[in-house]
Structure formats: C-alpha cells, structure tokens
Design a protein around this ligand. Structure first.
Ligand code: GAR
Length: 213
C-alpha cells in the first residue's frame, strides 16, 4: 500500500476526486492525510468526513518560507508519504523542501505548461487569444510550475468564455486527469529520464475535455 499525503489551500475538489478514485478503483494506496496551509480550507471537512487525518500548518504563523516549509515537512514525514500530492496548494515551496520530496511530489497546474506558469492562468489565456487551454500534472522541481510533465488535458476556448467559464471547463478535466496521474504513480508506471516522463501504460497522457460545453 502506497501512502499519499495531499496538500490543499482551499476548496479541495481535486483532492476529493483523488480520494474518491482511490476508493472506487481500489488503488493499492491510501490517503494518509490531507494537510492545508489555511485553517479555513473547505476541503478539510470532506477529508475529515471520510476518516482521513487532517492537519493545518498555517503559513501566517511562521517567520519566512524556510520555517514554514520545515514545519510542513515535519507534519508530512510523520505520515511517511510515498507521494506528496499538491492539489490547489497555493504556496511557493523552497528548493530544500522540493529536494526532500524529489521524484515523489506532484502538482496540477491550470494551464498547458510551459505556457502560463503562475497565477490567473485562465484570464491570461483569454487575453492571449489562444484557442486551446487546459491543465498539466507534473513532478515538482525547484523551478515554479516546471518539472517533468506526466499528463495534460486540453479544452477548447469558446467564444463568449470568461475566466470563470473557462476555469470550470478545465477543472472538470483536472478531476479526470489528476487521479489518473496519481494512479500511474501508485502502480509504479512512471519513470523520469532526461527530464521527461516515460509511462508504462496503455493509457494516453493526453485527455480532451469540454467538447459538449
Ligand atoms: C485547480 O484549478 C488547480 O489546478 C489550481 O487551483 C485549483 C484548485 O482547485 N492550482 C493552482 O493554481 C496551482 N498553482 P481545488 O482546490 O478545487 O482542487
């Protein structure tokens, strides 16, 4: 059984999708804990209701990133995670923290990386006038929103979209994409060679969504 620890900052809908997929698809894994940097993260209630240990490491209580990341690592390590899953975790992590979980920490980012790293990705995609947008699951490395790409999901940008409509279309796809990528890890199907992911599975690394919207 692999142990997963999921980090959230808010709603936690990706965390929810992973918890549900893990149970329904009977992964050889369990979600050992859900940890938030914000005490008011809505996702904590879902995790607790599903019998998952929860913890809060409130970044506002720490003097700088190093102290916060050290405290966070202590909480994570108590659960001996095989994989740390960033699911809407909105803190920039220090290189030391990233190094500690090298090759065993994933993130979902709401854009087709390497385009639109950082924040406000949906509005920036609209402003750029792109015809496709999406989400990327990748291993976390020290460079923000970089790191070997595990899977990507593509949605169309439609006339009349605003950032909220586009975000909702992308989020629906994230809920398929992220559990799939985590399952590949749990099943030992992912290798990284020369900074690129090799997948030992007959499933595609590319998903399409939003066709009916
Ligand atoms: C998701 O869209 C995720 O891709 C994004 O935040 C949202 C979290 O939603 N993550 C980032 O922007 C990370 N830089 P959720 O809390 O409902 O899973």
């Amino acid at each position: 059984m692999k142990k997963l620890v999921i980090l959230i900052s808010g709603r936690g809908s990706n965390m929810e999708a992973i918890v549900r997929a893990c149970a329904v698809q009977r992964w050889p894994a369990r979600v050992a804990a859900v940890v938030s940097n914000r005490p008011d993260a809505a996702g904590l209630a879902f995790a607790a209701a599903h019998g998952i240990a929860t913890a809060v490491v409130d970044h506002t209580q720490f003097d700088g990133r190093d102290a916060f990341d050290a405290a966070l690592a202590q909480v994570l390590d108590a659960h001996e995670p095989d994989l740390v899953v960033l699911a809407g975790f909105m803190r920039v992590l220090t290189p030391a923290f990233v190094e500690r979980y090298a090759a065993r920490m994933m993130n979902v980012h709401p854009s087709l990386l390497p385009s639109f790293t950082g924040l406000h990705t949906h509005q920036r995609a609209l402003d750029a006038g792109v015809a496709v947008h999406g989400a990327t699951v990748h291993f976390v490395t020290a460079a923000l929103d970089h790191g070997p790409i595990i899977a990507q999901g593509v949605v169309p940008v439609l006339a009349g979209d605003d950032a909220a409509a586009l975000a909702a279309r992308v989020l629906r796809l994230e809920h398929e994409l992220y559990p799939r990528a985590v399952r590949w890890f749990v099943e030992d199907r992912l290798r990284v060679r020369d900074g690129r992911v090799e997948l030992a599975a007959a499933e595609p690394r590319l998903l399409f969504g939003g066709n009916t919207v």
